[in-house]
Unconditional design. Structure first.
Ligand SMILES: *Cc1c(COP(=O)(O)O)cnc(C)c1O
Length: 433
């Protein structure tokens, strides 16, 4: 597999360069020059195939020139010490639980794979890497966990001060060691812009081996396709549609790629919170990025989704409309859905998952004759959002062990301004050589 920027630069790039660069030099995002057909391989998988074994085979099939099956198996085993699970939600809706990893959110899948692949490439070369990542909550936690303690790698996480939940902040700030948490006086969009500017800044790039672990990094995006394929194999027999709670649209893009590779699925439902630029585009064909709005589903508070550029490169407006149905969920509806779900099922769901559940229900209502099943992605453990659970259900869920460890740790962070030069100063003072 070779990769090319979504913008002008026609140079074909290897997977190794793609994962260490993150963003393409022309500011674009990388995509494969052509999408492979993996339907033969996928048809050999059964409901019994273990997730990490499936991930190993898919990794080898995607990158035969980079990883032997043996190497791919070692990477998958090191990355995926946890698996997705499927549970019945209600009626024709299943939940794909993606929160059984170390940070209790789906981003563990991408971050752990990226960390394992980078370690593989850096191994023996005595090279160093600095992972620079902006987070609205869950990315940073997953990346911090995945890279924590890795040799020759530092992680710098930028997050908007006061805009992530206390639990998320603990996960970012209590690890220490090679994980540096920067509390930015600004919004998530500021954090994302600072990271983007750092990657296109010549001086910084010459001084530091900067690399990204955001959903712009294909090394994080591609392994997310694996759980779609795993779930489609579990759900074989009826038409499937995936519902994806979306912010930067990395998760949905990963699903769309899996479908291009031959995964059996009819299409996708994009569930957003009040940050509705993509549903608006699907409906009217006009894409209007705007500042993000703060909501209860804060990992989806994105006003200019970075992966939209990939979707637009892959699909025309009409194709995207055929593939994806968009639904918008307000804060009041998030609370009402969490409450209703808890009362009916006795189970807590996180606010992002609630956007997915309500959107799935709306899709079914709008398509009464459809005889398929919706697999709705459950993107984070509800215990990461105790305040919202308390408000919606009057109770809070039990805290899983990895979260409990973070909550009991000591917060260590550095407060910085919202300009790229503030980030540059931090890098020179802390990681300069
Ligand atoms: C990141 C995140 C999302 C949004 O995923 P994107 O790939 O940015 O669209 C949804 N839910 C949770 C819990 C997340 O952490």
């Amino acid at each position: 597999m070779k990769f090319i920027s979504t913008r002008k630069d026609p140079a074909e790039t290897s997977f190794k360069d793609v994962i260490f660069r993150g963003l393409a030099p022309d500011g674009g995002l990388y995509l494969a020059t052509e999408q492979p057909n993996l339907s033969d391989l996928i048809s050999t998988f059964s409901g019994e195939t273990e997730f990490s074994a499936m991930a190993a085979e898919l990794t080898h099939a995607l990158f035969p020139e980079d990883f032997t099956l043996e190497q791919a198996t070692a990477i998958a085993k090191s990355a995926f010490t946890f698996s997705p699970r499927i549970s019945r939600a209600d009626g024709n809706i299943d939940l794909l639980e993606l929160y059984h990893g170390p940070s209790c959110a789906f981003k563990d899948f991408g971050a752990s794979f990226l960390a394992a692949v980078m370690e593989h490439f850096l191994f023996g070369e005595n090279k160093r890497a600095i992972i620079l990542t902006a987070t609205s909550g869950d990315t940073g936690a997953a990346v911090a966990q995945a890279f924590f303690g890795k040799e020759n790698i530092d992680v710098v996480v930028l997050y908007p001060g006061g805009r992530v939940s206390p639990g998320q902040e603990r996960q970012l700030t209590t690890l220490g060691d090679n994980v540096h948490a920067l509390e930015v006086r600004g919004s998530f969009d500021d954090c994302q812009r600072m990271v983007k500017e750092a990657f296109t800044n010549k001086n910084l790039k010459e001084e530091f081996p900067l690399t990204s672990a955001n959903s712009i990094n294909l090394g994080r995006l591609l392994p997310q396709s694996f759980y779609y394929i795993w779930a489609s194999v579990q759900g074989r027999g009826s038409p499937i549609r995936f519902c994806v709670p979306s912010g930067n649209f990395g998760n949905l893009t990963a699903g769309a790629l899996a479908k291009l590779w031959g995964m059996d699925a009819e299409g996708f439902i994009a569930a957003t919170n009040a940050n509705d630029v993509v549903p608006e585009y699907l409906e009217h064909g006009i894409y209007t990025p705007r500042p993000s709005i703060h909501t209860y589903a804060n990992a989806m508070d994105v006003g200019n989704p970075s992966n939209f550029e990939r979707l637009q490169t892959l699909f025309s407006h009409r194709e995207m409309g055929d593939l994806i149905s968009g639904f918008v969920v307000t804060d009041d509806e998030i609370i009402a859905t969490m409450e209703r779900y808890y009362k009916k099922q006795g189970v807590f769901i996180c606010p992002h998952t609630a956007c997915g559940i309500l959107s799935s229900e709306r899709y079914l209502k709008a398509h009464p004759g459809w005889n398929g099943r919706i697999i709705s992605l459950s993107t984070a453990h509800p215990a990461k959002f105790t305040e919202v659970c308390q408000k919606a259900c009057g109770k809070t869920p039990e805290v899983p062990a990895p979260l409990a460890r973070a909550i009991n740790g000591e917060k260590k962070s550095t407060i910085i301004g919202n300009q790229m030069r503030d980030l540059g100063i931090f890098l020179r003072e802390t990681l300069g050589r």
